[in-house]
Design a protein around this ligand. Structure first.
Ligand code: ATP
Ligand code: MG
Ligand code: MG
Length: 380
């Protein structure tokens, strides 16, 4: 069969490789790290930096079509590959998602609300910031993830200190909003413009990192979900996007939705789709990039997804890394364990996830709470 290429070798790439292989494709991963989770399971692993000429040439030679699993892969590398191979999503679409300022401008251009914000790239812009944006969160425009590159600020003095702490790179100051809860929508868009979406996910973050995803979203009204689906379809279409795209939204107390950010790839809040949907986000990425038909995914089981962070490998009193008690978790029916092949656990590092499926949302939650208690994850 044909070979599919992926830029980036993290866990998203690994699960993409699994989906591609299940459909009979060979895979090629470009990632400089010899132990990258996707590189470990791929037919070919090109171990060069993203912009290395020889690496890009090797990927283009190997792969009939190419995608990315890493949102910060240089857009120029995708553009270069696109001269000889279909690349989805495009460098242009990824470039918008890589920059919070451009991303927010895109949301506004689509008629989708985002948090009140100001761009701070110079001392003059810092001085000109309105007091209305405080308390706020100062976020680097580029390269942040899992709450890294963000500082919460209450006063102008704190804002000035935060900008210095972030090395005075270009930032976006966002007003701190009173969130009722957070949700995300994953869409897949084909070359022909067809767009399908997964059911809305409700996401709980802890310390800026996704902790728990629940589907169906327990707190969400039909009106809120429809607003989110409409916004996501509009955003994907106006980027002329091809592939899987995730949009994160805040839901405010009055039921309004506000777009937070988007990711030009499968997303952590969609990992449950492997076990709880009839087609996963990774399979839809394969279908979109190869021009195969997209179908509207169906959630066949209510579910919860728990992220397994490296913290769980260091229970209280442990002097070295300890493997969690997977057997105890897997003894609960409806648990699906995914580990990413990372040997070194670190606090905050995404080591794997656990999806819990059941016949009812209540039963899924009940089992997920039992699994969490075994693993040392705080109740939710
Ligand atoms: P990711 O790992 O999802 O890419 P990130 O580092 O890019 O995360 P954001 O999604 O911008 O960070 O913010 C992380 C979390 O911080 C959000 O999910 C939300 O819980 C909180 N947060 C961010 N911006 C705001 C805001 N304007 N008001 C209130 N809470 C916010
Ligand atoms: Mg982000
Ligand atoms: Mg986020």
């Amino acid at each position: 069969g044909a070979t599919l290429g992926v830029m980036g070798g993290g866990q998203l790439g690994r699960m993409f490789v699994h989906a591609a292989q299940a459909m009979g494709y060979r895979t090629a991963v470009l990632d400089a790290d010899p132990t990258s989770p996707a590189g470990l399971v791929s037919h070919a692993h090109i171990q060069t930096p993203y912009l290395d000429e020889a690496g890009l040439a090797a990927l283009a030679r190997e792969a009939a079509a190419i995608t990315t699993e890493f949102e910060n892969v240089p857009a120029a590398a995708l553009d270069q590959l696109a001269r000889t191979r279909p690349v989805a999503p495009s460098g242009a679409a990824v470039a918008v998602c890589q920059d919070r300022a451009r991303e927010k401008a895109h949301f506004v251009g689509c008629g989708v609300d985002c948090a009140p914000h100001a761009i701070i790239a110079t001392a003059e812009q810092l001085a000109a910031v309105s007091d209305d944006l405080l308390p706020g969160i100062l976020k680097t425009a580029r390269l942040g993830y899992d709450g890294k590159g963000q500082v919460r600020v209450k006063t102008r003095a704190e804002l000035e200190a935060a900008w210095a702490e972030l090395q005075q790179v270009e930032c976006v100051l966002e007003k701190m909003l009173p969130l009722a809860y957070e949700v995300s929508v994953i869409v897949a868009r084909g070359r022909d413009g067809q767009v399908v979406h997964f059911p809305l996910q409700q996401n709980l973050h802890r310390d800026g990192i996704l902790a728990v995803t629940t589907v169906p979203a327990p707190n969400v009204t039909e009106a809120v979900s429809q607003q989110a689906y409409d916004a996501a379809h509009q955003i994907a279409a106006s980027l002329n996007y091809v592939g899987v795209l995730c949009i994160e939204f805040f839901v405010l107390a009055d039921g309004r939705i506000v777009a937070n950010e988007m990711a030009p790839r499968p997303h952590n809040s969609g990992h449950h789709t492997i076990d709880a949907c009839d087609v996963s986000q990774f399979e839809l990425q394969v279908r979109a990039m190869t021009g195969l038909p997209l179908v509207a995914p169906v959630l066949h089981s209510p579910c919860l997804m728990l992220n397994l962070l490296g913290d769980l490998w260091f229970p209280a009193g442990a002097t070295a890394q300890v493997e969690p008690d997977w057997a105890a978790v897997l003894a609960l029916s409806g648990t699906h364990l995914h580990l990413y092949g990372k040997t070194e656990a670190r606090k905050g590092r995404k080591m794997g996830h656990l999806t819990v499926t059941a016949a009812t949302p209540e039963a899924a939650r009940d089992t997920a709470l039992k699994a969490a208690a075994i693993l040392g994850i705080a109740p939710f």
